[in-house]
Write a protein that binds this ligand. Structure first.
Ligand code: LLP
Length: 440
């Protein structure tokens, strides 16, 4: 397993993160446990700020990768923005005292209640996804005497090479207005005609876990080409260009993501060139990284339970006390991770085993053919790079409670998300009155 951030092996041979012994974390907080390396999370924010923020760009963390009250505080302190996609994420930001002046609201089907909430909170930008939403927003701003600064999300027709389920830039997508046929232009026209709505710029998001830079340059060119057309047809001038998130991260051998610096070079270069070519002022650039900030900063700890060997195959299934409930990505996308044994981190990873989850699904496998040291029940498995799209996508399938999350830094471990209890699992269950009567 490749080490990230503050990971190292202490003299006891245990994996440490944020100068906390992970074996001790597993003992105190129990497993499964999400461990978030605060220093690395902050450093990842700063890496973006250094190359985008200092050049007048905006860095907007995509909350869908992982959001809770503690993360809101860190983001607020690191001066980055926040992209929310639901009333729930917006509520979390409000409760986490995140500055509303840095919040962007995305989504292809925002409800009237969610849009009202956004207007009342006074967030920075609403990223309008389609013409119906524009109309709804127009009605709501009129009702509330409110004003909304918006970006229009376009579908730029770009296919970045990533998993089909997380590819979003292609024309045949539920997201965004399409340029050919005039839908996007109609969006600009109607935005300009809608009182209470101020069109600030354009947005697109081409996908996630992307390892190439050219699609970003191409997206910038497509959107600015459209901005020129929009200016010619309507007189509107683009002020902001938000190119979404998507930068890939290293999760397992073979992953070779570009650096944040090279992403910035590519984007600023393409934007300046295209703006110049189209005679447009250079717009303010924004990016919305989620995974590349949170992903490497997260590690999940599990305890090994049963071990099953099948000599004929040959294969050894090592079952841990979590799985697709706390990390559905392997089952859903075939995502690949790396692991080590936290209590034997100084030993040679000379054994090949397959790490299985404990859900009642054959597909609940965390890692096929992981290389770890010789393993036995009670060992602590650490799976790295699980900071993004794990807790935020977790579920209670099989009625497994969601794990806890701890924030580690300088030898201090703070519980930031409590482990769910069995009582939490039935909190919202209601026995109908008629069966209550029958039960007495
Ligand atoms: N902005 C928009 C509009 C997005 O839709 C997304 C991700 C992002 C930014 C952040 O992208 P990132 O930098 O994290 O790649 N559940 C999938 C990923 C879905 C991403 C959806 N949109 C996964 O686990 O791989």
């Amino acid at each position: 397993m490749r080490f990230h951030g503050t990971m190292w092996v202490n003299p006891a041979g245990h994996l440490e993160i944020g100068r906390c012994d992970t074996v001790e974390l597993a003992r105190v907080f129990e497993t499964p446990l999400y461990v978030l390396d605060e220093e690395l999370f902050r450093e990842n924010c700063r890496a973006y700020q250094r190359v985008f923020g200092t050049r007048g760009g905006r860095v907007i963390y995509a909350g869908k990768a992982g959001l809770n009250l503690a993360i809101c505080r860190i983001l607020a302190e690191e001066d980055v923005g926040l992209d929310v996609v639901s009333g729930g994420e917006l509520y979390t930001a409000v409760q986490g005292r995140f500055p509303m002046s840095r919040v962007y609201f995305h989504g292809n089907n925002k409800t009237p209640a969610e849009l009202r909430m956004a207007l009342e909170a006074g967030i920075h930008r609403i990223v309008v996804d389609n013409l119906d939403e524009l109309e709804l927003l127009g009605r709501l701003t009129a009702e509330h005497g409110a004003e909304a600064d918006i970006l229009l999300r376009l579908s730029p027709g770009i296919e970045a090479h990533t998993h089909e389920y997380i590819r979003t830039g292609q024309i045949d997508s539920k997201f965004g207005l399409v340029i050919p046929g005039g839908q996007a232009l109609e969006g600009v026209r109607r935005s300009l005609e809608t009182d209470g709505v101020r069109l600030r710029g354009l947005h697109c998001h081409i996908g996630s876990q992307i390892f190439e830079l050219e699609p970003y340059a191409e997206a910038a060119r497509v959107l600015l080409g459209f901005a020129r057309q929009a200016r010619e047809e309507t007189g509107w001038t683009i002020e902001e260009l938000d190119l979404g998130g998507g930068l890939g991260i290293y999760c397992s051998a073979g992953d070779d993501p570009p650096s944040v610096e090279s992403l910035a070079e590519t984007i600023f270069g393409a934007v300046a060139e295209a703006a110049g070519r189209h005679g447009l002022p250079v717009p303010e650039v924004a990016v919305e990284p989620g995974r590349s900030i949170a992903g490497p900063a997260g590690t999940t700890l599990y305890t090994v339970g049963t071990i099953k060997q099948i000599p004929e195959v040959p294969r050894t299934y090592v079952a841990v006390d979590g799985g697709m409930g706390d990390n559905p990505r392997p089952a859903l996308y075939g995502a690949r991770y790396e692991a080590c044994l936290a209590n034997k981190a100084d030993r040679e990873p000379d054994t090949t085993v397959s790490l299985a989850g404990r859900c009642c699904e054959s597909g609940d496998m965390l890692i096929w053919d992981a290389r770890i040291p010789a393993v036995k029940g009670g060992d602590i498995v650490a799976v790295s790079c699980t900071g993004a799209y794990t807790y935020s996508m977790s579920g209670n399938y099989n009625r497994f409670p969601r794990p806890a999350m701890v924030l580690v830094r300088d030898g201090q471990a703070e519980l930031i998300v409590r482990r769910e209890s069995y009582a939490d699992l039935i909190r919202n269950d209601i026995v109908p009155a008629r069966s209550r009567r029958r039960m007495g």
